[in-house]
Write a new protein. Structure first.
Length: 324
């Protein structure tokens, strides 16, 4: 294990949800819990068995650490391990604090040209990498991204990076769609009161064809329905956003058109990829951060996120560092 002095921690929708509602699905907050799981920091101390890190190293933290070497770990899908430790998922504490201890194997050294803030953004970026891999985005893909929050935006970034020829994104908010254009979306759809079928036909007319891939990042029933209707026959719909446990969807429409529906659970094996992309400047996540607060103003930061202002709100845990 290593002891870290925390530097940058992003606020995620799930953090806000636990704060407001005390549970997400089967994960229930039963006693006080530290939030935060999008994080970077500096190594202060290392355990006796740690060889790849030393005090002073700047690292990005992967928040999910398997507790045992089970069948999921053996097959490289450790995110599905039922006993996994995960920062800020009850009952496991997160890392929105000054000092934090974590498994050394899940701390990744940051190159000098990758900032702490970029290091913290690897966590949401990883969701995009994992989702686009599961979706099979490749050279020339046409992609529909539903939802333009932080996760919709990282999916735009990654899909373009992986060779998508055109990406169309839909959201209710004009300002969020503007951000999507900034990060590389080719077309935007501001949804007002269209039916799912109408949204699907807008997607088709903008792309000039139905997309082979849809990445659904809202979890809203109507959006999942639109995702099924929009996806080309033989294509893939990846469900990233989480909403109610039960939703009504046109599953037969998907079945008879051979639209594959896939889920994702967080990510696995994405940190080295993300670090390589950031270090080589192949991907730019900096525009995602719109607000910064010191740790002392955490409540204000959470309220900003809750109001849906900006995109990614970043907390600065290290008072000795005055740089953004």
């Amino acid at each position: 294990e290593v002891l870290l002095r925390m530097h940058s921690v992003g606020i995620c929708g799930s953090d806000v949800h636990y704060w407001q509602h005390g549970r997400i699905g089967d994960f229930v907050v039963k006693s006080p819990m530290v939030l935060g799981h999008e994080a970077s920091g500096t190594v202060v101390k290392v355990g006796s068995g740690v060889t790849h890190l030393k005090p002073g190293d700047r690292v990005a933290i992967e928040p999910g650490v398997p507790r045992e070497m089970d069948e999921f770990c053996k097959t490289g899908r450790y995110n599905l391990s039922p006993t996994i430790f995960f920062c800020a998922t009850p009952p496991d504490d997160g890392n929105l604090c000054r000092y934090y201890k974590h498994s050394a194997s899940y701390c990744y050294k940051l190159p000098d040209n990758v900032t702490f803030e970029e290091g913290a953004l690897i966590e949401p970026l990883s969701v995009g990498i994992h989702a686009c891999k599961r979706a099979g985005v490749t050279l020339g893909s046409k992609v529909f991204v539903s939802g333009s929050g932080p996760i919709g935006l990282v999916n735009v970034l990654v899909a373009k990076m992986m060779g998508a020829a055109a990406v169309v994104i839909a959201d209710l908010s004009a300002s969020r769609l503007q951000k999507a254009k900034e990060v590389g979306a080719d077309f935007t759809i501001q949804v007002t009161n269209e039916t799912p079928q109408e949204v699907a036909s807008k997607v088709e007319s903008l792309l000039g064809c139905m997309p082979e891939i849809t990445v659904e990042c809202t979890g809203v029933e109507a959006c999942i329905q639109a995702g099924i209707y929009a996806t080309r026959s033989g294509g893939t719909l990846v469900l990233v956003g989480l909403g109610p446990e039960m939703v009504t969807v046109p599953i037969i429409n998907a079945a008879v058109r051979e639209v594959d529906i896939r889920g994702i659970f967080r990510y696995c094996n994405t940190w080295p990829v993300a670090i390589a992309l950031l270090a080589s400047k192949r991907i730019n996540v900096k525009p995602l951060v719109t607000h910064r607060f010191p740790l002392e103003k955490a409540l204000e930061a959470f309220e900003t996120t809750k109001r849906g202002e900006g995109v990614k709100v970043m907390l600065k845990c290290d008072p000795s560092d005055h740089n953004p």
